[in-house]
Structures are given as structure tokens and as C-alpha cells.
Ligand binder design. Structure first.
Ligand code: 5GP
Ligand code: MN
Length: 348
């Protein structure tokens, strides 16, 4: 079994080089992954706040559009969207002499920006907490023992800065990344260290109730109805495999006035069923099916995702995709599940 508990990494091995790159670069570009989540945007905005405060020339790029629930964050309007502003984005990549990639470790997560980032003459840095990083950067700081890229960013910047760097927008950005990547401290690699960091963030006066409301209590009625429909009509429970899955077609989404982000978190819901340790969510897109996986315990969803669905992620939270119809994808998933599950003495 390749995946085990992640080792804690000595970050001071990297901080000198990272700090030198920050101070020797004229144009620093921060890029998050496609379909950025709270941790991708949180780590990007936090590093942006830090570098700006230190007098660096820094800009931000996202491969595609941002989710509604993050648009209130300070600095968010400074993020250029590649697919909205291709010419400007390509120029930003060309002009950068340092590109920092946050919260991903596979180059295809750059979407349309991938080829331009790969062709760039800039030094490239990956800062991330997923397993098995790819080799497309000169410096890769990968620490899967961290609950979020936000936690990793904060620890790196503490060393570089010689003391905690804290201000309100920075703390808010980190807080968003930490709560979204742990499902508000429910899953993922959060630890006593995470809570110490959060305590320091809260002391900067950020309004944790306001942030929770902006992130979790900010949905449309349609979204809540879609959740009810998904659980009632589109959830299949397979007790013999300790597995449950939910599938939603394009027509289902249309009926409930789906907007981007509305199915966020649905994949976690069946984990609350007694005896269910592995869940999958199938969302029908225009030309493919997007999949999300979650598990409780040792079932490596990321290996399952990479072996069958060209994907990856963390042990307990991963995703992938499959280019076929919804029903064929479900059929393929069930075959894969049967084939894969017997490799584990300790089934999910
Ligand atoms: P979600 O299910 O929330 O979309 O993604 C959960 C985790 O899986 C994220 O940390 C993300 O990095 C990873 N992930 C989701 N989709 C993909 C994918 O298509 N490819 C890879 N490599 N990782 C993915
Ligand atoms: Mn993350």
C-alpha cells in the first residue's frame, strides 16, 4: 500500500530558497488550480497580502471563474481569470520571472494556462499538500501532513518572516482555506498545530461567525432543494461495499437552477450513513462526467481516482473525470469498485 500517514516535513529546508526567490524576482505571479476552492483562493490571497506588504510586485491568476461564495474576500478582484482575459493572462505569464502555483501538483490543473506556464522562462514553485507531486517546477514544497495549503503557507511565511505575519485580510484568507479544506474541522489532516494557527488568526479580530455565514449559509433555495432531490432520488446505497453514490444529470441541475458551486459538499453527505465509508458523486458536464470521492478510514480514494478516472487528490478526498455518458460511467464505476475493493483486507 503506497499511501500511509504523511510524514511531517522540515520546512526550513525550503524557506531559504523560497525567500531568495521572492526577493530576487521582479514580477511574481501566483496561480491557483482550475475550479478553485476556498483553500486555493485562500492561499493565493494570503501569499498576495504577504508579498504586497513586503513590497514585491505580485499579481494573481485563476485558470477559470471563481465560485460565488468566495467573491466577498479582500483582494479577490485583483485575480485575473484566464478564460475571461486570455491576452492579459498570457502577458502576465510571459512577464513573470517567478510563478508560484498553489494547492495543486499536477500541471493539467492549470487548465488552458498549462502550456503557457510550461513554456515560461520564469522559475516555477509548487506549494501544495496533495500526495505524489508532478515534476514541473524548479522548487516543489509538498507537505501532505498539512490540512490545507493555507496552513502550509502560514508555516512557511512564519519561518521566512522570522515571526508570524498577521493582518486581517491575510488571516481571513487563511481561515477560509482551513475551514473549507477540513469541512469546518470535520475531515482532512487537521491537527493540534492547525488549532494553534487558527487561535492566532482569530486574535487578529476576524469575524468567524460572519465568515461561516458567508461560506455555509449563503445558498439559494434551489440549491437546498437540489440537495433534497439528490438525497431522495439520486442516491444509491450499496451496503455490501460500504459505499454510497449520488448522480446528477444536466437536466437535474437545470431543473433546480444550478449555479457553479451548488453541488459542493454533496459528496460528503452519504458518509453520515452508518456503515458507509466510501462515497462518490457523479455530475454530468457537457462532454464528460466529473467525479468526486470521499472516504472515512484507510480506503485510498486518490489511488482509485487515478487508476480509473484520470484523477487524484488526497487519501480521503479526491476527484477525477470520465468521458462517457452518465449511465456508462456509473456502470464503469461499479465494475471498478468491485475490482478494486477486494485488494483491501480492511475494506472501506
Ligand atoms: P472535489 O471533490 O472537492 O472537487 O475535490 C477533492 C480533491 O480532489 C481536491 O483536493 C482536488 O485537488 C482533487 N481533485 C478533484 N478533481 C480532480 C481531478 O480531476 N484531478 C486531480 N488530480 N485531482 C482532483
Ligand atoms: Mn487544499
Amino acid at each position: 500500500m503506497k499511501n500511509s500517514v504523511a510524514k511531517v516535513i522540515d520546512l526550513s529546508k525550503y524557506t531559504k530558497e523560497l525567500s531568495n526567490l521572492f526577493s530576487s524576482s521582479k514580477n511574481i505571479l501566483l496561480i491557483c488550480h482550475i475550479n478553485p476552492d476556498g483553500d486555493a483562493i485562500g492561499s493565493q490571497l494570503a501569499l498576495y497580502q504577504f508579498l504586497k506588504a513586503k513590497g514585491n510586485n505580485v499579481s494573481m491568476l485563476s485558470p477559470n471563474f471563481l465560485q460565488e461564495f468566495l467573491l466577498w474576500m479582500e483582494g479577490i478582484d485583483d485575480i485575473t481569470i484566464f478564460i475571461k482575459d486570455r491576452k492579459k493572462s498570457r502577458k502576465m505569464i510571459e512577464e513573470a520571472d517567478l510563478i508560484v502555483m498553489l494547492d495543486f501538483n499536477q500541471s493539467n490543473r492549470l487548465g488552458e494556462a498549462e502550456d503557457f506556464v510550461k513554456a515560461s522562462h520564469a522559475k516555477r514553485v509548487i506549494i501544495d499538500h496533495h500526495l505524489d507531486p508532478g515534476t514541473f517546477a524548479e522548487l516543489t514544497i509538498s507537505d501532505p501532513s498539512k490540512c490545507s495549503t493555507c496552513e502550509l503557507i502560514h508555516e512557511l511565511l512564519c519561518i521566512i518572516n522570522g515571526a508570524q505575519f498577521l493582518n486581517r485580510p491575510y488571516s481571513e484568507a487563511l481561515y477560509v482555506g482551513i475551514i473549507t479544506d477540513t469541512g469546518n474541522f470535520e475531515h482532512g489532516a487537521y491537527s493540534s498545530r492547525t488549532f494553534r494557527i487558527v487561535a492566532d488568526l482569530l486574535e487578529t479580530g476576524i469575524d468567524k461567525v460572519k465568515i461561516l455565514n458567508l461560506i455555509y449559509n449563503n445558498f439559494s433555495a434551489g440549491r437546498l432543494r437540489l440537495e433534497g432531490f439528490a438525497l431522495n432520488k439520486r442516491m444509491v446505497v450499496l451496503p455490501e461495499y460500504k459505499t454510497a453514490y449520488i448522480y446528477l444529470s444536466k437536466d437535474d441541475l437545470k431543473e433546480y437552477n444550478y449555479v457553479k458551486g451548488d453541488t459542493e459538499g454533496f459528496v460528503n453527505l452519504p458518509l453520515s450513513i452508518k456503515g458507509i465509508y466510501f462515497t462518490a458523486l457523479f455530475i454530468e458536464k457537457d462532454n464528460f462526467i466529473k467525479l468526486s470521492f470521499r472516504s472515512i478510514g484507510s480506503f485510498p480514494t486518490n489511488e482509485f481516482a487515478s487508476q480509473y478516472f484520470s484523477g487524484g487528490g488526497h487519501l480521503n478526498a479526491s476527484g477525477g473525470e470520465y468521458s462517457d455518458t452518465l449511465s456508462n460511467t456509473i456502470e464503469y464505476f461499479l465494475k471498478a469498485l468491485k475490482e478494486y475493493i477486494w485488494r483491501f483486507e480492511d475494506k472501506p
